[in-house]
Design a protein around this ligand. Structure first.
Ligand code: AMP
Length: 370
């Protein structure tokens, strides 16, 4: 749901659990590099207070933390605006100082930080930032740890504000983009009609349809390396390994930089794929708006698939044991994604039994709401 702060509208961008995973990863990376040390973490107020709190909560070794604030004051010198640091009282000589920043944008604040710590005799100065905007960064100063690189969108929440407001929002929002995309995960067990429905919906909403199954089949037909690899898994009805599938999906998305949105059909199929997708989209300023699921019972679907197998030429549609194996893969690895998207308030269930056109209408009604 969008929110309004002052005069502007903001839309959801990065979910709380995605942020939590990024913070955890940063903490682990820093902790691994600083084994045996007692670092002094320095949070830069105001923006980094939530990030610093979560970072510290995850940090297992001994450490200290302090917060500092930059105050601008009009200097009497001709250089004009000079920054002063408020709050550093510790003796920093010989200490390993780790600065925790919420966001590095132009790099101006970072340059101040470097300047201020320059003559404090620290043993090492490390910079950790949760967000980094490579497109606006103008400096060549080193950033040691980056949570996530994001495009040049205005963001707030999780400590970041828009003119004072929004710091208390636990997830990240971005300034409303007038060309808002619609990115949908079309979900459901094998044979639920995802491919058929996606074909109709992509035209109606001008979206790019990516079916990972179709991409694999295309590669098999053309006997590519990817196809040869996928075939052994697909023919048995097993899932293709995550790493292979995630890389493939990412390059498919990247071939459509002008897209108004995507229908993901057959992806994600595991929780690791869903997590990778969240992160990958966030790096592009994008997000999943909804998982729309076609709900149907297994026996109806097995009958449908056997019927399709008579004409589709798909090896995995022709043998009931292979079909049952696909359902087994679905139940054990894919069905848990319902909970994943429900937690993000993005799960929408739609009755997948009925006439094709009737089901398309049910789906359209949900997509229009996004
Ligand atoms: P589909 O056309 O969606 O029914 O997919 C057919 C087969 O392709 C599956 O049974 C898997 O072997 C493979 N496949 C498609 N998408 C994925 C995915 N996201 N992860 C792993 N394997 C996949």
């Amino acid at each position: 749901m969008e929110i309004k702060l002052h005069d502007k509208i903001f839309t959801p961008y990065i979910e709380q659990d995605v942020i939590a995973r990024i913070v955890k990863r940063l903490t682990t990376e820093v902790a691994n590099d600083l084994k045996g040390e007692i670092p002094l973490f320095v949070g830069i107020l105001n923006g980094s207070f939530l990030f610093a709190a979560d970072f510290i909560r995850n940090y297992k070794g001994d450490c200290e933390i302090t917060f500092v604030k930059f105050a601008s004051y009009e200097g009497t010198t001709s250089t004009g605006n000079v920054k002063q640091l408020l709050g550093i009282n510790e003796d920093l000589k010989g200490r390993t100082v780790v600065v925790l920043e919420d966001i590095v944008d132009t790099g101006n604040t970072l340059a101040e930080i470097y300047k201020i710590f320059e003559d404090k005799g620290v043993k090492a100065l490390k910079i950790v930032t949760l967000f980094y905007k490579p497109l606006t960064y103008k400096k060549s100063l080193n950033i040691d740890y980056i949570g996530i690189a994001i495009p040049n969108t205005f963001i707030l929440g999780y400590g970041l504000d828009y003119d004072g407001l929004g710091r208390n929002i636990p997830s990240i929002y971005q300034l409303e983009n007038p060309n808002k995309m619609k990115n949908i995960v079309l979900f459901g067990p094998p044979g639920a009609g995802k491919g058929t429905q996606a074909s109709a919906l992509k035209d109606e909403f001008d979206l790019i349809h990516i079916s990972t199954g179709d991409v694999f089949r295309f590669n098999i037909k053309n006997n590519t390396e990817l196809g040869q690899l996928a075939k052994t898994f697909m023919d048995k009805g097993d899932l293709v390994p995550d790493e292979v599938t995630i890389n493939m999906l990412q390059s498919e998305v990247e071939t459509h930089p002008e897209a108004k949105g995507f229908i993901f059909d057959g992806f994600p199929r595991t929780e690791d794929q869903a997590k990778a997708l969240d992160l990958f989209l966030a790096e592009k300023g994008m997000r999943i708006d909804a998982m729309i699921a076609l709900e149907a019972d297994e026996d109806t679907l097995v009958a449908r698939l056997l019927e399709r197998g008579k004409t589709s030429g798909r090896v995995d549609d022709q043998d009931e044991s292979k079909i049952r194996n696909r359902f087994n893969e679905y139940e054990t690895k894919t069905a848990p994604l319902k909970a994943y998207y429900t937690n993000q308030n993005k799960y929408v269930g739609v009755n997948g039994i009925g006439e094709i056109a009737e089901i398309t209408t049910r789906l359209s009604e949900e997509i229009i709401k996004l």
